[in-house]
Design a protein around this ligand. Sequence first.
Ligand code: IDP
Ligand code: MG
Length: 161
Amino acid sequence: CPFYSSAVAGVCERTLIAVKPDGVQRKLVGEIIKRFEQRGFTLVGLKLLQASEGILAEHYHDLRRKPFYPALLRYMASGPVVAMVWEGHNVVRTSRAMVGDTDSSQAKPGTIRGDFSVHISRNVIHASDSVEVAEREISLWFHSGELISWETSDQSHLYQV
Ligand code: IDP
Ligand code: MG
């Protein structure tokens, strides 16, 4: 964690964000990164990968009995995914708000899903839904050596340090 983490509670928090295959195909990677950067979060890990069935089965383990599960795994394996770890104050909750409702048809304009998707089955992006889940998902998608802790120069403008 960066130096200011002792001064501001919750700054150390991290979340897993993934641009799903539809978002990559539709060239939304830059737009999505831009939103997280501009909000004030710090990128600590980033990679483009073809997700294996093993990683997807683990990632969506809780949904394995849902009727849409086989189609979900096919969708998530249909092309490359951009997996990222973002850090900052309350990043898990804030990124869920930035991403919008799971069902794109209910997602509010201004959210990523509400601006770039129309159907729940192709909703562009994944974001961890709790701090505990984020820790599990980050260790599933990234080796610890792939994450960089670094001190950004804008911290005194983002936080009272
Ligand atoms: P979340 O991505 O907003 O956290 P979850 O309920 O965890 O939503 O579901 C994971 C993913 O499974 C969704 O983002 C979506 O891609 C897919 N999914 C969820 N419900 C449905 C459905 O009813 N039909 C098709 N796909 C679904
Ligand atoms: Mg979820």
